[in-house]
Design a binder for this molecule. Structure first.
Ligand code: ZN
Length: 87
């Protein structure tokens, strides 16, 4: 069950429809500037922004991630792939 809580923060959209998420909110939700994708949801008459956690491209794990050729992989999947390529 989600708990709705007002931040008390009000922002204006700029001329091309952008808003800036306040730094304190980005910090609270561990949103890394320029690195976090945000999922945009509609619920009744509301817009919900949800940070998408970084995940392993193969198993969806969120810990111990490493970027390889632009894809995030966890250590376990990297080790599994390495086993297939070992003679
Ligand atoms: Zn994985």
């Amino acid at each position: 069950m989600s708990i709705r809580k007002s931040t008390g923060i009000v922002r204006n959209l700029d001329k091309v429809g952008r808003i800036v998420l306040p730094k304190e909110l980005r910090k609270s939700f561990c949103i890394a500037d320029g690195e976090t994708d945000i999922d945009i949801w509609m619920e009744n008459d509301e817009i919900i922004l949800a940070p998408i956690p970084k995940q392993c491209k193969i198993c969806k794990a969120e810990d111990d991630l490493h970027e390889i050729n632009g894809s995030l992989l966890c250590r376990n999947c990297i080790q599994t792939i390495q086993k297939f390529h070992m003679p």
